[in-house]
Design a protein around this ligand. Structure first.
Ligand code: SF4
Length: 407
């Protein structure tokens, strides 16, 4: 990679969380901020959303770790959806939430009135792709940050950040909509679940056969899918830092605790390395990118950062999944060289295990010995949600995660 400085303000790493456990995990593994959804007014209503008590606890945990909580209030509300919103926004302010992510001018106006100290972040659902739109939102609705549309090219992000009077946030990883986010009614049509009120059934990822009247258009009766590749903008992190983007966002409030830990940790290491060194060798970059992709099970692409004509590259040629690592479980305790693992997937004695720990490089070891809850020695652990005691040749901590390379 060419020599160039990327030293402006260090960007925030913003992680998704569908529940309190995932929120704490994201913070433990290096997120500067976490975005969550309450039980109302949020897209992804099927993600296990936070009660008021959960939001309070998330804020307290974030505060004690120097992190921040953003709350999505990003449905496209109809009149009947606004009941109780004023009081909800007031409560979010009281709990110590830093920002709400909103997709409606009504919610933004209400938020300024109800909870003046809350930052207002304009959601990607508003599809901001130019500086004039950002300026309009800042002047008219007093927003603090604009989450840019995922469809922006790198040069468009550069122009908006240069001319924009508010902070900018961009997506760096995760699922993409084949339609502009929030401008899709495919799920509504196919399932009567409204994508813009939190009900997206991901109908774009289904497999279809296409007909024009009686004539089948799909060749050899192969299925057609609009499923998109996942974004992985690792190659653009340095440029985005140089541009001065305020926040790097990871998509995925429906994702597992393992995914959140793995992706957050990998980007944390990449951002810190770039921040410290300014540039990375090709070899170093490949190593960081490989780490990011260990948690991916879909094909990835660089997103629209690479230019307008990249749009055609978003589609999967098929809907194959590429799971390359298996999540084996989470450490619940460690003492005298033995870790107790709450298991998720089967594994065997003799296998090489990779350990993910907050603020540490990943470490590996081979399982020399393991026992079940009755103290019996095992060759194979077959079942999920069992507590298996495993000899580990280095200290691990509660919350560390074990995984195995399956390739
Ligand atoms: S159906 Fe697909 S394109 Fe439409 S909102 Fe859902 S994920 Fe996005």
């Amino acid at each position: 990679m060419a020599e160039r400085s990327c030293r402006r303000n260090k960007p925030e790493l913003l992680a998704p969380a569908g529940d309190l456990a995932r929120c704490k995990t994201a913070i433990d593994f290096g997120a500067d901020a976490v975005y969550i959804g309450g039980q109302h007014y949020s897209l992804r209503s099927r993600a296990s959303n936070f009660t008021d008590e959960d939001i309070k606890e998330a804020c307290a945990y974030a505060k004690s770790h120097g992190a921040a909580i953003h709350v999505t209030v990003n449905t496209i509300p109809h009149d009947g959806d606004l009941d109780g919103l004023y009081d909800y926004l007031k409560r979010l302010e009281e709990y110590g939430v830093t920002a709400v992510i909103a997709a409606s001018p009504t919610v933004m106006r209400l938020c300024r009135k109800a909870a003046p100290s809350l930052q207002i972040h304009c959601s990607t659902q508003m599809s901001v792709t130019n500086a004039q739109a950002a300026r309009f939102l800042q002047e008219e609705l007093d927003i603090d940050r604009v989450v840019l549309a995922r469809e922006c090219t790198l040069e468009e992000v550069r122009a908006i950040a240069a001319e924009c009077p508010v902070d900018t946030e961009v997506f760096i990883h995760g699922g993409m909509c084949v339609n502009y986010s929030g401008r899709c009614t495919l799920s509504n049509r196919m399932t009567k679940r409204d994508a813009n009120r939190g009900g997206c059934a991901q109908s774009c990822r289904w497999q279809y056969r296409l007909f024009q009247g009686e004539e089948e258009l799909t060749e050899n009766r192969e299925f057609f899918t609009m499923g998109s590749k996942d974004l992985c903008a690792a190659a653009y992190i340095r440029d985005l830092m140089e541009i001065g983007v305020t926040s790097f966002k990871i998509e995925g409030r429906m994702k597992t605790e393992y995914y959140v830990a793995s992706i957050v940790s990998a980007y944390r290491h990449l951002i810190d390395a770039l921040w410290q060194k300014g540039t990375l060798s090709e070899e170093e970059f490949i190593r960081y990118r490989k780490e990011i992709l260990k948690a991916e099970n879909r094909n990835t692409w660089d997103g629209f950062y690479q230019g307008d004509d990249a749009g055609s590259l978003i589609f999967h040629a098929n809907s194959d999944v590429n799971v390359n690592h298996d999540y084996l479980g989470r450490v619940v305790s460690y003492e005298n060289g033995s870790a107790v693992l709450l298991t998720r997937n089967p594994f065997e004695k003799g296998e090489e295990i990779e350990v993910l720990s907050p603020n540490k490089e990943n470490r590996t070891f081979r399982i020399a010995s393991m026992r079940n809850e009755d103290g019996e020695y095992l060759d194979v652990s077959r079942h999920p949600m069992r507590k298996i005691t495993i000899q580990v040749p280095f200290a691990v901590c509660e919350g560390d995660l074990f995984r195995r390379n399956r390739i």
